[in-house]
Design a protein. Sequence first.
Length: 255
Amino acid sequence: MIRSLTLMLLCIIALIGGAAISPPASWLAKIVEIQTKGQVILGDPSGSFWKGSAIIGKRDNQKNTSKAIFPGRLFWTMSPSVLIGKIAITISNDSILSQPLVLTGWWNSYQLQETRVNLPSEKLTVFGAPFNTIRPSGKLSLHWKDIIIIFGNSLPKIYGKMTLSLDNIVTELSSIRPLGSYVMSFVLNGDIGELELSTKNGALHLTGFGEIEGGQVKFSGYAKAVDKKKELRNLMNLLGQWKTVNGDEVVQLVF
């Protein structure tokens, strides 16, 4: 009897020790959900806490559903230094990352080292009108050097600069292909920030400035046809109200 109890205790200790040494990936998924207050989830976690993979998703609490934010699986390798509160994670996803992303910091403060993220063009619809109307597609890439994210009682505070490149943008609502290539520059300072939209090239010229506060974007700018004005007229009618600025016919962009 005593021998059986001893063996049972040894088995329990072994299981607890094994979990401490190599807990399942679902533990990290739970931590991410708590840290982001349910805004980001790791779906279908596989592997261990230290080395695993999952699908990055977002939950819609109103519809009680979730969907993937990015294509492909995210793979991670975590340093054991997390046991003393120091974070060191290497993240890879060949579908969107140009190189592995290194994340360092502490439990409530993270630094994202330089990388480039290739984004699905449908992500532009998160900005609302006019993007959700014309549903543009093209090559999107988000680049940053060093980004700091601090988690607290409210939305995460993000510090740093990002550049979103929108190259060879097209839409089914226009025969002009491509419409142009554009750049969105972000300066983030906690829960506030600024953005600037500029045009690299193309028949449709876009410019404007915006403010970010509390996770919301307010933008004001202009769309101008510098070439093929007749062909672009119908598309520009969908973008906003026409007005004259410095003698030029432009469409005001507000979202």
